[in-house]
Design a protein around this ligand. Structure first.
Ligand SMILES: Cc1cc2nc3c(=O)[nH]c(=O)nc-3n(C[C@H](O)[C@H](O)[C@H](O)COP(=O)(O)OP(=O)(O)OC[C@H]3O[C@@H](n4cnc5c(N)ncnc54)[C@H](O)[C@@H]3O)c2cc1C
Length: 814
C-alpha cells in the first residue's frame, strides 16, 4: 500500500460516487496531488445500494446539462479505464395519467427542446410498444427520452476510482477522517485515523454523514437521511434487457430492468426519516430492515401498472438511507463559512445520475476558485439561517421527498415549517387577507384576497385563482398607490475607511459617489458574469447600505466578503433583522408620504436615485427612491419596532388615494412589463451586463478597474453571441411560465428565462436570450420573425427591445 501522505493539495472525504467522481475530475484537471479518504471501502455508504436509474431532464438548463455530462462520461468511461460501468442507454419513459399531468409532461417536452435534449411524446399504445408489460388503460400520454439510461453504481465508482488513480490521485480506504483543522477562517489540514494531511482544499463528499462533519467546523450542510426502498424481482417473462427505465409519477413509482427481472421503487407520501438521533457506528455496506407495510401502497399502485408483478417472485426489498435536502436539489460549492472547504452532498436519490457531472463542476470550482458556470439551484449559498436547525430541515425535507412525484405546479409553495420568520406586519397582513408565500423561511404576502375570496392558492397549469387579485393590485400600483411588505429583503452595511475602494473594485457601476447617492449595480465574476444584482446606497464617506433579494442573503454576502481586496479596511454586517421594509409605489405615492412627513419629498428635493434619512409618521426611516415596479415610489427601511405604526399611518393617509396592499406576485407582473431583470432567471453568473442589456449601468467611462472589467472589455470588442430581449404574445389566453422554446425564423435560438402576464398591457410577456454564434445586434433581433413553443404548441410572438410599459421612464423620474 502507498505510503500515507502528510501533505496534499486537495483531500476528498468520502469514496461514494460523488467523492470518487470529484477526485477523478480533479486529477484530470492536473490536480494529481489529490487524496481521497474513505473510512471503509469505496461505495460502502449509500452508493452500493442505488437502483442506478440515470435521468437527465431538470427545470434548469445547466443542471440538465450537468446530468448530460454524467451520461457522456458513463458512455466512455469503460473505454478509458477498462472497467465496465454497466451503462445502458435504453432511454427513459415517463407516463401521464390525467390531463394536468399531461400538460406538465408536454411542458417538460418543451423544456427539453429548449435545452437541446431529445424528448418525444408518445401515445399510450406507443408507450406500451416500448414496455409491453404495462397496462396503459389509465394512461393519457407518455414522453420518451432516448438518451436516458441506467448503470451499475458500484461499477461506475470503481471505474472512476481507476481513472482517478491513472491520473495520479491516491485513494486510501479503511481510513476515517476524525477532524478538519481550521486556521484563520481557512481549512489547513484533515486529521485521519492514519495521520494528518496538510492541504489547500477539503472536499466533503461524505454523503449523509456530511452534515455532522460540516457542523464540526461550523459549516452548514442542510441534509437529513430518509429511508428509501425498492423491490427486486426474480426474472419475469417479457422483461427484456433493452427495456427503458420507466417513471410513473401518478403512481409514485419507478422501474428498471435488472437481470431479466424488475427493480421497482417509489416515493411514499409519508416518508420515514432515519438516524434522527445520530448514526450507528460502522454503518458500512449495510441496509435497513425491509418495511413491507410501508411499501405496500406503492406495491398496490405498481401492480395496477404492471400486473405481472402480482405473481413475480421477489428477491429482495432493499431499504437504504439516502440524504435528502429541503428543496430536493443537491448541494455543491465552497462553504460560505469557511475558505477552502468544498461540499458535494445531499443527492436526493439521483446521485448516480448526477455524480459524473457534479464531480466535474465541483472539481472545476475547486481548481478555478469560482463556480465554472451558473449553478445557483444547487449552490450551497442558497441556504439561510432557517436551514441551520436540523428539526426544521427534516420537516421541510420530508415534505420535499413526499412531493418528489406529485405535480410540480407553477408558483407552488411549501407548507411545512411555517411560519418561521415573520415581518412585524405579519398578523396585520393576514388580517387584511394576505395569502402568504415563503422564501428562506420568511413569510411574504403573495397576494391579497378580496372579501368573499379565500386567501389560498389553488394550483393549476391554467389561469390560477389569484389572477384577478394580482390584476387588482397591479392596477392599484399603476394608477394609484400600493404598499408592499418587503421586510425580507437582505440588507448589509459595508463600513470602514476603505469601504469605497472595496466596493469600487467589486461593483461594475460607479459607487464612488457623494453620500446620499443610490446606485443600481451588478457585481461580476472574472468572466464578466453577473454574480449579484443589487442596490448600493452611500450613507457616509465610510458607510454603504446594500439591499438585495431575500433568497440571495448568504450568496451575496459571501461574494462581497470574499472579493474585498486583502488589506482593505471594509467590513460587511448583515442588518436584515434591523429593518422592516415597506415599498410605497405608484403615482400617488408622493402625495401619501408627504402627508406623513415634514421633509420635502418633491422631485427637486428628493430625486430618483437618492437615499435619505427622513421621518414618516414619527418613525426614523431610511428612504430609498428607487423602484422595481416601474412607478414613482420609495422603499422605506424602517427600524422594525416602528413598522406597524408606519403601515397603519400609510393605510390611513392613503385611503383617499385608494391605497392597496400588494404582494410579490404583483411585483413580478409589474417588473415584467417594465423589463427589469431578475437574478437567478434573466441574469446570473453566465450572463454579462452587455448580454443582458445592462451595459448602461457599467462604469466603462471612468477607467477605474473593477472585477470582471477585462472580460467585459474583451466582449465589447466582438459581436455579442446572445442578447436578452422581451417577447409579447398577442393572444391573452396563452400561459407563459418560463422555459418556453424561442424560435427565430423557424430556428431554435433560446428559451424564456422568465415569463408571466402583463396586466396593464393585457398580454403574456416573456424574456429570453436570443443566441447566434455569428452575433446578435439590434438589426438581427428586429429582423426576425419569432415564435414560442408553449407546451409543444407554437404561438407567434413579437420582440420588444424597449420596456413594454413606460419606455422613457417618465413615470418613475417624475
Ligand atoms: C434505495 C436507493 C435507491 C437509489 N436509486 C438511485 C437511482 O436509481 N439513481 C440515482 O441516481 N440515485 C439513486 N440513489 C441515490 C444514490 O445512491 C446516492 O445519491 C449516491 O450514492 C450518493 O453518493 P455519495 O457519494 O454522495 O454518498 P455515499 O455513497 O454515501 O458516499 C459517502 C462516503 O463517505 C464515507 N464517509 C463518511 N464519513 C466519512 C469520514 N468521516 N471519513 C471517511 N469517509 C467517510 C462513507 O463511508 C461513504 O462511503 C438511490 C439511493 C437509495 C438509498
Amino acid at each position: 500500500m502507498a505510503e500515507f501522505p502528510t501533505q496534499a493539495r486537495a483531500v476528498v472525504i468520502g469514496g461514494g460516487i460523488v467523492g470518487t467522481s470529484t477526485a477523478y475530475h480533479l486529477a484530470k484537471l492536473g490536480w494529481s496531488d489529490t487524496v481521497l479518504i474513505e473510512r471503509y471501502k469505496l461505495t460502502s455508504g449509500t452508493t452500493f445500494h442505488a437502483a442506478g436509474l440515470v435521468g437527465q431532464l431538470r427545470a434548469n438548463a445547466n443542471i440538465t446539462q450537468l446530468l448530460g455530462e454524467s451520461v457522456r462520461l458513463y458512455t466512455t468511461l469503460e473505454q478509458e479505464t477498462g472497467l465496465a460501468t454497466g451503462w445502458k442507454q435504453n432511454g427513459g419513459l415517463r407516463l401521464a395519467c390525467n390531463e394536468e399531468r399531461w400538460t406538465e409532461v408536454k411542458r417538460q417536452a418543451t423544456t427539453a427542446r429548449s435545452f437541446g435534449l431529445e424528448m418525444h411524446l408518445l401515445s399510450p399504445r406507443e408507450a406500451r410498444d416500448l414496455w409491453p408489460l404495462m397496462d396503459v388503460s389509465d394512461v393519457v400520454g407518455a414522453a420518451f427520452l432516448p438518451t436516458d439510461g441506467q448503470a451499475n453504481p458500484s461499477d461506475i465508482t470503481q471505474s472512476l476510482a481507476k481513472g482517478a488513480r491513472n491520473h495520479g490521485a491516491r485513494i486510501f480506504e479503511d481510513t476515517l477522517v476524525t477532524s478538519i483543522e481550521v486556521k484563520s477562517g481557512r481549512v489547513v489540514a484533515v486529521v485521519t485515523s492514519r495521520g494528518r494531511i496538510a492541504c489547500e482544499a477539503v472536499i466533503v463528499c461524505a454523503g449523509q454523514w456530511s452534515r455532522e462533519l460540516g457542523r464540526s467546523i461550523g459549516v452548514n450542510i442542510p441534509l437529513v437521511s430518509v429511508e428509501h426502498q425498492y423491490m427486486v424481482t426474480e426474472r419475469i417473462e417479457g422483461v427484456t434487457s433493452n427495456l427503458p427505465t420507466l417513471r410513473d409519477p401518478d403512481r409514485l413509482t419507478y422501474y428498471k430492468e435488472e437481470v431479466g427481472g424488475l427493480v421497482m421503487g417509489g416515493y411514499e407520501p409519508n416518508p420515514i426519516p432515519w438516524a434522527t438521533r445520530g448514526f450507528p457506528e460502522n454503518f458500512n455496506f449495510q441496509l435497513l430492515n425491509s418495511n413491507w407495510d410501508h411499501f405496500e401502497p406503492l406495491m398496490t399502485l405498481a401492480i395496477g401498472r404492471i400486473p405481472a408483478l402480482e405473481t413475480a417472485g421477489v428477491r429482495q426489498l432493499i431499504n437504504g438511507p439516502e440524504s435528502f435536502t429541503p428543496d430536493g436539489n443537491f448541494i455543491i460549492g465552497e462553504a460560505p463559512e469557511l475558505r477552502g472547504c468544498f461540499v458535494g452532498a445531499g443527492f436526493n436519490a439521483y446521485g448516480i445520475a448526477a455524480g459524473g457531472g457534479a464531480g466535474k463542476v465541483l472539481a472545476e470550482w475547486v481548481a478555478g476558485g469560482e463556480a465554472p458556470c451558473d449553478l445557483w439551484p444547487v449552490d450551497i449559498r442558497r441556504f439561510g439561517p432557517n436551514h441551520s436547525d436540523t428539526g426544521w430541515v427534516r420537516k421541510r425535507t420530508l415534505e420535499a421527498y413526499a412531493k418528489h412525484y406529485t405535480m410540480s405546479w407553477p408558483s407552488e409553495e411549501h407548507a411545512s415549517g411555517r411560519p418561521l420568520r415573520r415581518s412585524p406586519l405579519f398578523d396585520r397582513l393576514i388580517a387584511q387577507r394576505a395569502c402568504m408565500g415563503e422564501k428562506l423561511g420568511w413569510e411574504r404576502p403573495n397576494w391579497f384576497a378580496a372579501e368573499g375570496e379565500e386567501p389560498k392558492d389553488r394550483y393549476t397549469y391554467n389561469r390560477p385563482n389569484w389572477f384577478g387579485a394580482v390584476a387588482r393590485e397591479h392596477q392599484a400600483v399603476r394608477e394609484r398607490v400600493g404598499v408592499f411588505d418587503q421586510t425580507s429583503f437582505a440588507k448589509f452595511t459595508v463600513t470602514g475607511r476603505d469601504a469605497e475602494a472595496a466596493l469600487s473594485w467589486i461593483c461594475a457601476a460607479n459607487v464612488a459617489r457623494a453620500p446620499g447617492s443610490l446606485i443600481y449595480t451588478q457585481m461580476l465574476n472574472r468572466r464578466g458574469g453577473i454574480e449579484c444584482d443589487l442596490t448600493v446606497g452611500r450613507l457616509a464617506a465610510d458607510s454603504y447600505y446594500i439591499v438585495t433579494g431575500t433568497g440571495f442573503a448568504t450568496h451575496d454576502r459571501d461574494w462581497i466578503e470574499r472579493n474585498i481586496p486583502a488589506g482593505l479596511d471594509a467590513r460587511v454586517s448583515d442588518v436584515t433583522s434591523a429593518y422592516a421594509v415597506l415599498s410605497v409605489m405608484g403615482p400617488a405615492s408622493r402625495q401619501v408620504l408627504q402627508q406623513l412627513s415634514e421633509e420635502d419629498l418633491s422631485n427637486a428635493a428628493f430625486p430618483f436615485g437618492r437615499v435619505k434619512r427622513i421621518h414618516i409618521a414619527g418613525a426614523p426611516v431610511l428612504a430609498l427612491r428607487i423602484t422595481y415596479v416601474g412607478e414613482l415610489g420609495w422603499e422605506l427601511h424602517i427600524p422594525t419596532e416602528f413598522a406597524t405604526t408606519v403601515h397603519d399611518a400609510l393605510m390611513e393617509a392613503g385611503r383617499a388615494f385608494g391605497i392597496a396592499n400588494a404582494g410579490y406576485r404583483a411585483i413580478e407582473t409589474l417588473r415584467l412589463e417594465k423589463g427589469y431583470r431578475a437574478w437567478g432567471s434573466d441574469i446570473g453568473p453566465d450572463t454579462t451586463p452587455l448580454e443582458a442589456g445592462l451595459g448602461w449601468a457599467v462604469k466603462f467611462n471612468t477607467g477605474a478597474p473593477f472585477l470582471g472589467r477585462e472580460a467585459l472589455e474583451a466582449q465589447r470588442r466582438a459581436p455579442l453571441k446572445k442578447r436578452l430581449a422581451g417577447f409579447v404574445v398577442d393572444d391573452p389566453d396563452v400561459i407563459l411560465l418560463g422555459r418556453e422554446t424561442l424560435y427565430r425564423d423557424g430556428k431554435r435560438v433560446g428559451w424564456l428565462s422568465s415569463a408571466g402576464f402583463g396586466h396593464t398591457i393585457g398580454k403574456p410577456i416573456g424574456y429570453g436570450y436570443v443566441r447566434n454564434p455569428d452575433g446578435v445586434d439590434d438589426t438581427y433581433l428586429q429582423s426576425g420573425q419569432y415564435e414560442l413553443e408553449v407546451a409543444t404548441v407554437r404561438v407567434p410572438c413579437r420582440i420588444a427591445l424597449a420596456p413594454l410599459y413606460d419606455p422613457k421612464m417618465e413615470r418613475i423620474k417624475a
